[in-house]
Design a protein around this ligand. Structure first.
Ligand SMILES: [Zn+2]
Ligand SMILES: [Zn+2]
Length: 390
């Protein structure tokens, strides 16, 4: 236990080089499935520490494996490594050198914290079992977690449990948040195409106007949340795009609506889909038009398993003190592809305070270097508790 309490100090000796590593990753951000340089760096670091390194899962994903002792127990820890298509405006000395791409979600920090833990684990080997450090590509766009799983992640690297984390602006550094059950929403993108029959804007009687049908559908869609869901349920139906027509005097053939739909309960998501399809078909038909609904399933609900979450929370209390651990009251409407891993294995996803930074996905955002030590110490102590040496 004493070592746990001194773990943050222990990481202090690595801190300068970890900060330099984080800044280097920040200067050279890469989009999902293009994280070639980043994964080279991660692989090199892990290999130098004595980890077995497996590359190419999910194209640019990496798993670093370290064994100690004789136990057959296994644990997976995951960091995401990709950046976003945002043009950085921080003005930092180590700002992105790639125009239009930046680490605006702090995955440079997530990667660095897990590499910091890798150093501690390799240095002390104060655990009994096998730890798999999973560096996952393409969290922001292509569902890299799912790609790694489909490439055999948990078959090649069985994990009794898997844990992940995200930094959280607005929460003090060194303060971690936990939630049992749903933490992040499921998301679907829905493209509805309404087909009418175009014609002269002065002769509406010869046409089937898809704009009027589309406008009516926008209003009808508001009733999915307000009339079909229980007032106690949480769901989002947002029409983020409505496009039709080019000219004032031409009635077009088509109107297109693009929606984001979010929810925390898969059964509710299925019900929302049924309602949206029924409204699209029914509204269009009432105007003599037709509707085609293209439902593009995004990331599923991120559901934290109860026992793993309690375990992860206790590890945080032991490391940081109860005053630096909080319970997240309401789940977030954002989504996260770690959900795919939690569909496969028990585990939990937690939030790590990033202090007073700009918000995630903001061009002025930066990961907080002060968060590296508590994050790396936490991952280390989680391994040491989960794979406790006899
Ligand atoms: Zn993000
Ligand atoms: Zn992120």
């Amino acid at each position: 236990m004493l070592r746990n309490e001194s773990l943050i100090d222990d990481i202090g000796q690595d801190l300068e080089s970890l900060v330099a590593l984080r800044h280097d990753l920040h200067t050279h951000p890469e989009l999902g499935l293009s994280e070639v340089r980043t994964s080279d760096i991660v692989a090199r670091e892990l290999a130098a520490l004595g980890f077995q390194v497996h590359r190419g899962l999910g194209k640019t994903g990496i798993v670093g494996t370290l064994k100690a002792g004789t136990s057959g127990r296994t644990l997976g820890l995951r960091a995401d490594i990709d950046a976003l298509p945002i043009h950085e405006t921080t003005g930092l000395a180590y700002a992105s050198k790639t125009p239009g791409i930046m680490h605006a979600c702090g995955h440079d920090g997530h990667t660095t914290m897990l590499l910091g833990a890798a150093r501690q684990l390799a240095r002390h080997k104060n655990f009994d079992g096998t730890v798999h450090l999973i560096f996952q590509p393409a969290e922001e766009n292509f569902g890299g977690a799912d790609l790694m799983i489909k490439d055999g992640l948990f078959k090649l690297f069985p994990c009794d449990a898997v844990f992940g984390a995200h930094n959280e602006p607005g929460i003090p550094v060194g303060n971690f948040g936990f939630r049992e059950g749903p933490l992040m929403a499921a998301v679907a993108t829905v493209i509805i195409t309404i087909t009418g029959r175009g014609g002269h804007g002065a002769q509406p009687e010869t046409t089937v106007d898809p704009i009027v049908a589309g406008a009516s559908l926008v209003m009808a869609l508001q009733t999915v949340v307000s009339r079909n869901l229980s007032p106690h349920a949480t769901g989002v139906v947002t029409v983020g795009s409505l496009k039709a027509g080019e000219a004032s005097n031409v009635i077009p053939d088509f109107a297109t609506l693009v929606l984001t739909v979010r929810y925390f309960d898969p059964a509710q998501g299925k019900f929302m889909r049924e309602r949206i399809e029924a409204l699209a078909g029914g509204q269009a038909a009432s105007f003599g038009a037709t509707a085609h609904v293209d439902w593009q399933e995004g990331y599923p609900v991120t559901i934290n398993e109860v026992a793993s979450t309690r375990f992860a929370r206790e590890a945080a209390v032991a490391l940081l003190g109860a005053e630096n651990v909080h319970d997240i009251e309401k789940p977030y409407l954002g989504s996260e592809d770690f959900s795919y891993m939690l569909e496969q294995r028990p585990g939990s996803y937690l939030m790590m305070g990033n202090g007073d930074s700009a918000g995630l996905h903001n061009a002025g955002y930066n990961f907080n270097d002060a968060a590296i030590a508590p994050g790396a110490a936490y991952w280390t102590s989680l391994v040491e508790r989960y794979l406790r040496a006899a």
